[in-house]
Design a protein around this ligand. Sequence first.
Ligand SMILES: *[C@@H]1O[C@H](CO)[C@@H](O)[C@H](O)[C@H]1NC(C)=O
Ligand SMILES: *[C@@H]1O[C@H](CO)[C@@H](O)[C@H](O)[C@H]1NC(C)=O
Ligand SMILES: *[C@@H]1O[C@H](CO)[C@@H](O)[C@H](O)[C@H]1NC(C)=O
Length: 384
Amino acid sequence: MATITIRVQAFRLVAVLIVSVFILVLYLLRQPTHSIDSDVNIETAPELNADASGSRWSIGRAQLWYASQPWLLGANYLPSTSVNVLEMWQDQFDEITIQRELQWASYRLRMNTLRVFLHVLVWMEDSIQFFKRLDTFLDIAQKNNLKIMLVLFDECWNADPHLGEQPEPIPGVHNSQWVRCPGQSMVLNKTSWPILQEYTKQVIYRYRSDERIFAWDLYNEPECSKQVHIVLPLLRYIYSAARSVSNVQQPMTIGIATWPLSTRLALFELSVSDILTFHSYSTLVNLMQNITDLRQMEPGRPILCTEWLARPFGSTLFTHLEYFQSEKIGAIQWGLVAGRSQTYYQWRSPANAPMPKIWFHDVLYSNGTAFSKLEERFYFELNH
Ligand SMILES: *[C@@H]1O[C@H](CO)[C@@H](O)[C@H](O)[C@H]1NC(C)=O
Ligand SMILES: *[C@@H]1O[C@H](CO)[C@@H](O)[C@H](O)[C@H]1NC(C)=O
Ligand SMILES: *[C@@H]1O[C@H](CO)[C@@H](O)[C@H](O)[C@H]1NC(C)=O
């Protein structure tokens, strides 16, 4: 009896061992399955796209690219005559103003870079016209030695963009008519996402080796609309679409806009960006801490601050620019010319607020006079 029991137990043990080894082998051989919609593991997300064209740049490639760039200094740009991005790219496209203002950026402030937002609705309406205007803009930028970072999507401000005539700015209110891209109806409607995918692919494919563009910012502040659980899957979907384009010569990035860096969103952004970009409207001490954190999370990657400058918050040209320059951190402030977006008013400024003594963003009046002569001279002497 005893020997039989021992044999049965030994047999069971061997069987369990064989099954365990079999399961382990299966586990080790498993193919990562990746469908665009699936909630992929953040840590492995970039590797899942590791085909020849579509993987994240190595640190070495990113560093090599950055070494070939000057210290990038510039502004987020909306023509002073545009109330929002739709007005910039639709029939109101204002070539004369763009020419004038890009000359100021280049020759008076010695900027070499602009960050510019696009809008999918304009592309949907007439992609040929959309690309024609974008080419015109890029030509003007090139003539003025300004390289462009294009932003494909944006989750900030008004949720319901419409083509056609845009509303007038609300007096006294900061960025009163800025619109998200896509609007909330498309974000919520997965059936419409392939349109966003097609736009992403077409725009990146067309300019993938165009020297007028220096980088792709795929999605501005995905957390801005306070619905990360909805936007994150879309962000991943857009990211996959962007990476599916082969031979893209410019780095891709999704900017960090909120700390701490341990959120699902921040971890995703950090794990897919070729170059690190972030936003800070705070003091230099805060910003330096932010940069320390970024360097700790993703050592060795070039860093650009793609939104800053809020004078009343202690984020000024005098406090920040020399630091950016000494660390070769790209510096792209909010706003160039004070215009219909009214970003010289503070966030949450009430309707009919008086013109502030200290501007929030922006550096020039629409007639070209500088908000501060000292600032203008500071720029001019800094970057040469
Ligand atoms: C969702 O998007 C699809 C594709 O654009 C469109 O045909 C459909 O009407 C949309 N559904 C809703 C509820 O808006
Ligand atoms: C980074 O800067 C933001 C303000 O822009 C601040 O709220 C945040 O605490 C900073 N992060 C660290 C680690 O200091
Ligand atoms: C430009 O506009 C500002 C503000 O309206 C005004 O103070 C300044 O005198 C103007 N400069 C010129 C050269 O017209």
